[in-house]
Design a protein around this ligand. Structure first.
Ligand code: IFM
Length: 473
């Protein structure tokens, strides 16, 4: 007899996969007609990214995609979530499509399908063409129209083979880290700009849903991926609960209400009234933004714990997203962000799988029947290749086991979770942290570009193969 937990079986049709994003892995920044995105400009600006790292080469996936697909096949992955590069497909962000750029994704998709791997495409994972930023970026309404045009071009070429499309990945980061704290490209720090960008990102999403539906076969699925926050007040004190309400508004309801109910939350409008009058919202925008979706993608890493400011307490932490002089949140005066208790990853993010369960069950209650996908979940650790060439990462296996257990519990509690994508397939360019943070289940030696599956990759391959989660040995 052992006291080990019994194996947990996932539904037979559960979609297992791994995820990446174009700028984080492709490299080939100046090849075949691609023009710079805001991340090229930002990372080439001294002081913006640790160690001066850029995505110029990244994991060289643009040239090595065949080997990478073969590796995915060897690991038995049924699905692969990746993003399309806007400046590769439509250099400069407007005008005609770049045939060479589309050809790359054409070859990638065919290679995936030839190996029996379902492609799951995201249109925007943060690489806005620089020319559009020069014309105002996401603070300019026209950017939303340009995005919908790009969506139509991509779907027109690839829509016969990609069944699942996502418009935006984590628009919270694009708006609030890009235009609020400025720790992400384009590096602007202006709360009013962050809220304007937020609205135009949602408008871009809605317009793109319309453009995709017009191009894609009726069987295609269209989605949005949000990094919603599992927000917890530090204590039950009414002041801490009030802090949690405000951050829940700015992290969660500022997305869920417009996208699923066609309105902005009244309390968020009131909380941000000193920042903007929201006059950038025009008649008809919310109808566009709330076009029906086939599923919602959730990216989860760690919970968000908040408290009312205590002038005598420790210095306020801003948001766990790389610091910065300014807050990412347009209205967080008087709020402290605290780390949850317990073990941390190499990002300093507490390991807390309960937050994923909280988030999934909340969505079950608030959006009954809407299929959910965990489109990102994973952890960075200081992995290294030992003298035998192996990469042992027991902490990542423990993290994944805990979070998959939470997903299983959520399914058992009636949450329609249809799939899980591990972040990430490969170690890659971790934005403002450069190559110093390794999220991959496959180790990448950036000097030689050698790929080595970590122990977690073999462990995950067995979970996927068996559809069953067993306690790590
Ligand atoms: O690497 C990022 C990804 O691009 C978006 N979601 C969070 C990941 C880890 O920070």
């Amino acid at each position: 007899m052992t006291d080990q937990a019994p194996p947990l079986a996932f539904p037979a049709d559960f979609l297992w996969g791994a995820a990446t994003a174009a700028y984080q892995i492709e490299g080939a920044a100046d090849e075949d007609g691609r023009t710079p995105s805001i991340w090229d400009t930002f990372s080439r600006t001294p002081g913006r990214v640790r160690n001066g790292d850029t995505g110029d080469i990244a994991t060289d996936h643009y040239h090595r995609y065949r080997d990478d697909v073969a590796l995915m096949a060897e690991l038995g992955l049924p699905a692969y979530r990746f993003s399309l590069s806007w400046p590769r497909i439509r250099p400069g962000g407007s005008g005609s499509a770049n045939k060479a750029g589309l050809d790359f994704y054409d070859r990638l998709v065919d290679e995936l399908l030839a190996h029996g791997i379902a492609p799951v495409a995201t249109l925007y994972h943060w690489d806005l063409p620089q020319e559009l930023e020069d014309a105002g970026g996401w603070t300019a309404r026209i950017t939303a129209d340009r995005f919908a045009e790009y969506a139509a071009l991509a779907a027109g070429r690839l829509g016969d083979r990609i069944a699942t499309w996502t418009t935006l990945n984590e628009p919270w980061c694009s708006a609030f880290l890009g235009y609020g704290s400025g720790v992400h490209a384009p590096g602007r720090a202006d709360p009013a700009a962050a809220l304007t960008a937020h609205h135009h990102l949602l408008l871009a999403h809605g317009l793109a849903v319309g453009a995709l539906r017009a191009e894609l076969p009726p069987t295609a699925r269209v989605s949005l991926t949000l990094n919603l926050a599992a927000v917890r007040p530090l204590t039950d004190d009414p002041a801490d609960r009030e802090a949690a309400r405000r951050i829940d508004g700015l992290a969660n309801r500022i997305f869920l209400d417009p996208v699923f109910h066609g309105r902005y939350p009244a309390d968020v409008l009131a909380d941000t009234a000193h920042v903007t009058d929201w006059s950038f919202v025009r008649d008809g925008d919310l109808a566009e933004i709330s076009r029906p979706l086939d599923s919602l993608g959730i990216n989860y890493y760690t919970p968000t714990v908040v408290a009312a400011d205590d002038p005598a307490g420790p210095a306020p932490r801003q948001d766990g997203h790389g610091g910065g002089e300014r807050s990412a949140w347009p209205a967080d005066h008087g709020i402290r962000f605290l780390p949850a208790e317990g073990e941390r990853t190499a990002m300093g993010w507490p390991v807390d799988a309960e937050g994923l369960y909280e988030l999934l069950t909340r969505l079950r209650d608030e959006l009954p029947g809407l299929p959910l996908l965990v489109t990102e979940n994973g952890a960075a650790y200081d992995d290294y290749s030992d003298p035998s060439g192996a990469v042992h990462d027991p902490e990542r296996i423990a993290y994944l086991h805990a979070h998959l257990t939470a997903v299983h519990r959520a399914i058992a509690a009636g949450v329609p979770v249809r799939g899980y994508f591990l972040w990430s397939l490969l170690d890659n360019f971790e934005w403002a942290y450069g190559y110093g943070k390794r999220f991959g289940m496959v180790h990448v030696d950036f000097a030689s570009q050698r790929r080595t599956p970590k122990d977690s990759a073999r462990w995950y391959a067995e979970v996927v193969r068996s559809g069953t989660l067993r306690p790590p040995v």
